[in-house]
Design a protein around this ligand. Structure first.
Ligand SMILES: Nc1ncnc2c1ncn2[C@@H]1O[C@H](COP(=O)(O)OP(=O)(O)OP(=O)(O)O)[C@@H](O)[C@H]1O
Ligand SMILES: [Mg+2]
Length: 413
């Protein structure tokens, strides 16, 4: 099997055969239309499947065969070589290398196997699949993730930009929509070579691109922020989002403005937001504001999958770790609403200067400790979204109940 341009692949049963009819050419697209292989009447294939059942998806707690990831399984005519295609739910799967390695390792334990060729591919479900009236420019968007907090200045845009770069580094196709019309941050935080949105003759908008990430911000419309009334702003946000040609995206990140106003509700009504990442700071004051934000997502039936407690700590020149804002808001939010992941992000001057200079820290120092924390956030998002899409995440009813009802207010039956 060999890689093809554009992420597709060509799987050929070249192992010990030259027969033309044994050759199969597959792309990511037509692999996704293939049914999953759960069992086989061929004895050797069945043995391979049994071996693969030792590879467990840590998020689903299920083996990769029962998860439906095996899409192609071939044993060569010589009967010694095995070719597999494993189709995951996202190209940014944080355990894809582990799946690859373990699959080979277990299958090679069969005494008749000489060689194992594994191709990893992905076929994410589209967020727009169930939206018949979806605007054409958004039809290729698989997942929409809101980066939000009711509170201003807590680091939403910093989180959004660095997370977007990280997801792209993990292999996903990513876009950012800056929903803050009053004070768009993206024009300062990143520096695309060409920073003007172009409107084509048919009225569609071409996003600007930065390091492979597609970006739309009112700040690139050449007008800067403006004094507008609520309905005008909501209309503009709606227009910018829905007339942009996003193309194929695995994750579209929404950099939300502070508050729970018209823009939030408009976005929640215009597009199906898959999940939200909540950003807060450690103070109790932040908890009160962020609590409102989580409740708003509950009303929109959007599950919050991770909390980023930003500016949690800083390390002094003496090497000691200080907590200038106290501790606890992030943990309290997670506990109150059963949000599965908490990531504490320290105060890091490089994050601030990276934001000001237009090169996010996760790009300028991709192997540093801060980039590692953004990789943790990325892994949480990817995993939780995969669970939601597979139906293994919370149902709509559970979502709204869990999120809108603080644990302390619940009664057990
Ligand atoms: N962990 C951090 N360490 C140091 N500086 C940070 C950190 N997080 C954010 N900042 C800085 O704090 C400021 C506010 O961050 P940011 O603009 O991301 O917040 P925001 O929540 O998006 O604000 P707004 O509500 O205005 O949209 C920026 O100057 C940013 O560089
Ligand atoms: Mg912002």
């Amino acid at each position: 099997m060999k890689r093809m341009e554009g992420g597709g692949f060509e799987a050929r049963a070249t192992m010990g055969t030259t027969k033309e009819e044994d050759k199969a050419v597959m792309t990511d697209e037509n692999t996704s239309s293939l049914p999953a292989i759960f069992s086989s009447t061929n004895e050797k294939e069945q043995q391979v499947l049994e071996c693969l059942k030792n590879v467990i998806d840590p998020d689903f707690g299920e083996n990769i065969v029962n998860c439906g990831f095996v899409k192609v399984l071939k044993v060569s005519e010589s009967g010694k070589d095995v070719a597999l295609v494993l189709e995951l739910t996202t190209p940014a799967c944080p355990v894809k290398d582990e799946f690859n390695r373990l699959s080979k390792e277990f299958v090679k334990r069969l005494e008749w196997v000489d060689d194992v060729d594994v191709i990893m591919t992905a076929s994410p479900k589209s967020a727009m699949a169930d939206v018949p009236e979806a605007p054409p420019g958004l039809r290729g968007v698989k997942n929409i993730i809101a980066i939000s907090s009711c509170k201003g200045g807590v680091g939403k845009s910093t989180t959004c930009v660095n997370l977007a770069m990280t997801l792209a580094q993990m292999g996903a196709k990513v876009g950012i929509f800056d929903a803050d019309v009053y004070g768009p941050s993206l024009p300062t935080m990143i520096t695309p070579a060409f920073d003007k949105l172009e409107m084509k003759e048919d009225g569609t908008i071409t996003p600007v691109e930065y390091e492979g990430v597609k970006v739309v911000s009112f700040g690139y419309a050449g007008q800067g922020s403006a004094i507008m009334r609520g309905p005008m702003v909501s209309g503009l946000v709606n227009q910018l989002l829905t007339t942009s040609e996003w193309g194929e995206l695995d994750y579209l990140l929404l950099d939300m403005p502070p508050g729970t106003g018209d823009i939030h509700l408009t976005l929640g009504q215009v597009v199906p937001i898959t999940a939200a990442v909540v950003v807060t700071t450690p103070q109790r004051l932040a908890f009160i504001d962020v609590d409102k934000g989580v409740r708003m997502f509950a009303k929109l039936e959007v599950p919050c999958v991770a909390v980023v407690e930003n500016m949690s700590t800083f390390t002094g020149d003496d090497g000691k770790v200080y907590r200038p804002f106290g501790r606890g808001s992030g943990k309290s939010i997670c506990e109150a609403y059963d949000i599965p992941h908490l990531i504490e992000m320290p105060i890091e001057p490089g994050l601030s200067s990276g934001g000001d200079s237009g090169t996010p820290l996760s790009l300028s120092d991709p192997t540093g400790p801060i980039a590692a924390l953004y990789q943790d956030i990325g892994a949480c998002v990817v995993r939780e979204v995969a669970k939601i899409n597979s139906g293994r995440g919370p149902t709509a009813w559970e979502k709204s109940w869990t999120i809108s009802t603080p644990r302390s207010a619940r009664t057990t039956c």
